[in-house]
Design a protein around this ligand. Structure first.
Ligand code: ADP
Ligand code: ZN
Length: 618
């Protein structure tokens, strides 16, 4: 990154002016304005807002409006450079102090801070515990403390960082400096814990809706998942950056190889890879355009790449919390994005077995089971996915029109009789043949399929032999999967054999009916993209861009890619997709006109304005 241009003079500027001149946006989103005013006035704030909601502006603008340096505590050392680069590109004087700096670099940053020449300083939480850093902070002027990823203070949460506990001292040591704590974690337990542990007793609380309207949720029955994924990428996400989550390291490797073979640039990421390879792949994913990261859930915490266009799960997540966090990495820039999950019989069996074999006491297993049940309920629901997701986090919502069940309503059917046939087959195999079997054998019996094993076991003599010819194999597996999801059938042991539950007995005893989901025949039609692009090699036009403007958008993207490379920053730091699309659509012919495009602030206008106009004039 070149040295920041002359920092714009913001003396006397209020939040709205900073928003416009520095960030190039014309209005605040949601409760940003309230939050910013609270901090500008010197009060504490606690902010719960989903990923992509616009949390950064909530401390960046007060840091620019108030005199002194805004100190940002962030646990993600690996990402500080990116955050600082993004701010410098806007003409903001930002820097960071962490263990990656040399002594000389450190001394320089310290001098800038003490001399009052920094708008913002990023620090790792562990640094604050050292006397050196505390004394340094005493020698400069601090405008505010921003505590990012504040849920890391929660001891029961999944991202606990012991160093966060000491952040309560900020208030004791610098009582006059306002603090703003921010997180994208939605649960009320974490919310309360943050307030207590950080001693934010007088803070104003801001809780935003956790809806991510630009993400389209889709859950499809698994049927050759690699091909399904390829189809999704080719028809809807050609040339897009995205994340593919797999359960195991082996399937990460296999899937990444498969995509690469099919001409889709993909990188693997899992804990088994050498740390250097991991860091390189992560940095390429952040900096280059259109890469697909195939990863285990080890990947993604704190990744704030705004233009991730899809998150695909090839295996069932263990909980709705995990699913929401992982899918939330798509579309931080507010542009249309896809969350896609392929889910099948084996997923349910595998997850149930992992819980059964997991270490830990009964209470722990029960908790894992409850989490899995909620995830399964989401997969099998016939109502709006978003309604179900938000309800899970305690929020009311209306059918969204942007999920698979809203777009193509699945039907429910009374599956009581097929359920009875399947359960009774399992019961008979167990009782009359004295053996427990997996789903394959039960389906052989239902379909009356002769194999060596059915002959040897004389399965033809069972009274349920061949009574299931009205459904095919895939449909029977779907029945079994849904029965397991509903707790009406269970999986047991190393060989995943099926066993009856109390619920199964109620079904067999005709004491309860079983409602099942019919998968819609055609894959749900999503945001339509030009059909020509599905076959050809060109990238599809983004859904919200007039196809006529697509070639210009592509030209701008090429210019952006080259510029970013030259300056060694991620492409989105030059301009994000939303800004580039607006430029392509409005084709400004002067700098003054270009300045009115959202995302074009003073610094970027000065640095890139002429180049953009030249691309447009070509
Ligand atoms: P979060 O940290 O909550 O995940 P960010 O702060 O990264 O979200 O913001 C997400 C995206 O939205 C960024 O690209 C940011 O520039 C943009 N953004 C934030 N506030 C506004 C606004 N008021 N107008 C337009 N874009 C905004
Ligand atoms: Zn919906």
């Amino acid at each position: 990154m070149p040295a920041p241009p002359e920092a714009p003079d913001l003396t006397g500027a209020g939040p709205a002016e900073v928003l416009r001149r520095i960030f190039g946006y014309d209005s605040f989103r949601g409760s940003q304005q309230d939050i910013i005013e609270t901090v500008v006035e010197g009060r504490d704030a606690l902010v719960l807002m989903p990923t992509g909601g616009g949390k950064s502006l909530c401390y960046q603008i007060p840091a620019l409006v108030r005199p002194g340096t805004g100190v940002v505590i962030s646990p993600l050392i690996a990402l500080m450079q990116n955050q600082v680069d993004a701010l410098r590109a806007l003409g903001v004087r930002a820097d960071f102090l962490n263990s990656t700096l040399t002594m000389d670099q450190r001394r320089m940053v310290e001098q800038e801070f003490v001399g009052g020449r920094l708008d913002m300083l990023y620090l790792a939480p562990e640094a604050l515990g050292t006397p050196g850093v505390q004394q340094l902070l005493d020698r400069g002027k601090i405008s505010l403390f921003a505590i990012d990823e504040a849920h890391c203070v929660s001891q029961w949460g999944h991202d606990f960082r012991p160093d966060y506990l000491q952040l309560s001292m900020l208030h004791e040591r610098w009582p006059d400096v306002p603090r703003i704590a921010l997180t994208a974690t939605a649960t009320s337990a974490t919310h309360a814990e943050i307030a207590t542990r950080l001693k934010l007793s007088d803070a104003k609380h801001f809780v935003a809706s956790f809806d991510r309207p630009n993400i389209q949720y889709r859950i499809v029955p698994k049927d050759g998942p690699q091909q399904q994924l390829l189809e999704l990428l080719r028809t809807e996400h050609r040339g897009d950056a995205g994340i593919v989550y797999c359960l195991s390291r082996a399937s990460v490797e296999k899937t990444a190889e498969f995509l690469s073979r099919e001409g889709i640039p993909a990188l693997p990421y899992h804990a088994g890879l050498d740390a250097g390879v991991r860091a390189r792949n992560q940095s390429r994913f952040l900096r280059e355009e259109g890469l697909v990261m195939v990863a285990t859930v080890a990947f993604g915490m704190g990744i704030d790449k705004p233009d991730v266009r899809f998150v695909a799960h090839l295996d069932l997540p263990k909980s709705v919390e995990g699913y929401y966090q992982e899918t939330g990495r798509a579309g931080r820039d507010g542009q249309p994005s896809t969350a896609w999950l392929a889910y099948g019989y084996n997923d349910v069996v595998q997850q149930r077995r992992m819980i059964e074999q997991s270490e830990g006491d009964l209470a722990h297993k029960r908790s894992l089971s409850t989490h899995l049940d909620a995830m399964l309920a989401l997969c099998e629901t016939v109502q709006c996915r978003r309604v179900q997701l938000l309800n899970y986090f305690g929020e009311e919502a209306k059918a969204c029109g942007n999920c698979d069940t809203c777009l193509t309503a699945p039907e429910q059917w009374d599956g009581t009789i097929p359920a009875q046939k399947l359960l009774s087959t399992i019961l008979r195999l167990h009782r009359e043949r004295n053996r427990k079997y997996g789903v394959g054998k039960a389906v052989d019996v239902l379909l009356g399929r002769e194999t060596d094993e059915t002959r040897r076991g004389r399965h033809q003599e069972l009274s349920t032999w061949g009574i299931g010819a009205d459904l095919n194999e895939a449909q029977w597996r779907s029945v079994a999967r849904q029965l397991i999801a509903q707790g009406l059938l269970a999986v047991e042991g190393d060989y995943s054999v099926l066993v009856l539950t109390d619920g199964s007995r109620e079904v067999l005893g005709r004491q309860r009916t079983v409602m099942l989901r019919t998968e819609p025949k055609r894959p749900s039609k999503s945001r339509s993209r030009s059909s020509a692009s599905a076959a050809g090699g060109v990238k599809a036009a983004p859904a919200d861009l007039d196809p006529a403007d697509a070639p210009l958008f592509e030209k701008l993207r090429t210019w952006r890619g080259a510029t970013a490379k030259e300056q060694a920053v991620p492409a989105y730091i030059v301009f994000n997709d939303a800004t580039l699309k607006q430029i392509a659509a409005r084709k400004p012919s002067s700098l003054a006109e270009l300045a009115t495009v959202s995302g074009v602030g003073e610094a970027k206008l000065a640095r890139y304005g002429d180049a953009v106009l030249a691309v447009l004039a070509e």
